[in-house]
Write a protein that binds this ligand. Sequence first.
Ligand code: BEZ
Ligand code: FE
Length: 310
Amino acid sequence: MNNKANDRGNTTTGTSLPVSDRQRQVEEELVRTVLASFQGTPDPRLKELMQTLVRHLHAFIREVRLTEVEWQHAIHFLTSAGHITTDRRQEFVLLSDVLGASMQTINVNHGAATGATEATVVGPFFVDGSPEIPIGGDLAAGAPGQPCWVEGTVTDTDGNPVPGARLEVWEADEEGLYDVQYDDDHTAGRAHLFTDDHGGYAFWCLTPTPYPIPHDGPVGLLLEATGRSPMRASHLHFMATAPGLRTLVTHIFVEGDELLATDAVFGVRESLVLRFERHPAGTPIPDGRDLPGQSWSGVRFDFVLAPRPR
Ligand code: BEZ
Ligand code: FE
């Protein structure tokens, strides 16, 4: 805690309010009592989590000298987040995302410089049971946007190709919406495919465009009150799975996107920012697809999957 003793031997807090020695003793006594209440937790990990949470939570309350009105606001905020959460809307994941808690959890669990592709947030729009497309298929399924050809390989960290790896891909359309954000039940902008015998893959999708995270709920109000933008940098989501290898959840981002530095959920990693080549209408198309009068983009990305942790 950011406390300093003042001239009268009192302690000043992070907000410079004086706290007497007696007051400090009362507050510290409560922290000790609450910590002791978790002392008998049978599961040692749960005990560590709860006691550390209590220490940090009480340090926060004491450092900012939390007022009762502020505490009520916080409870109201969490209650609203609960009320707006449904099967299709997860406000607590959004909250974790905009606080950087999701990315920090990923940092802690995926060591830097392992040689594997870096992970980033899953976000709230992954849906189980996407349609399968063949290599070279189109996952846009009629969603509006510029066609984009994506190709590459999946290997392990020793450079061995991974045949049969499952790649789940999902993205927003050029209106900035995922299929599940429309009122009908259509599926578009998402699919899965499997790598070939050489670990290769290729598919058509839409050139990613920027869009806002859902901001019509309490998390949106928080962003507004703090002068933050809800916009995410343009990206394409992936989940790569293969037997014996660690599941990778990641995105690829578009080089040159102005939002890369201010992504609302802190999800951008330099290694995931790629050059999407822009091809004017009439440029020959990789698989001979007919795109009369339409421009398209192309990008290559090679995934590297880490061994599964023991
Ligand atoms: C997304 O990219 O789909 C996303 C990620 C975090 C919060 C909201 C949306
Ligand atoms: Fe997204």
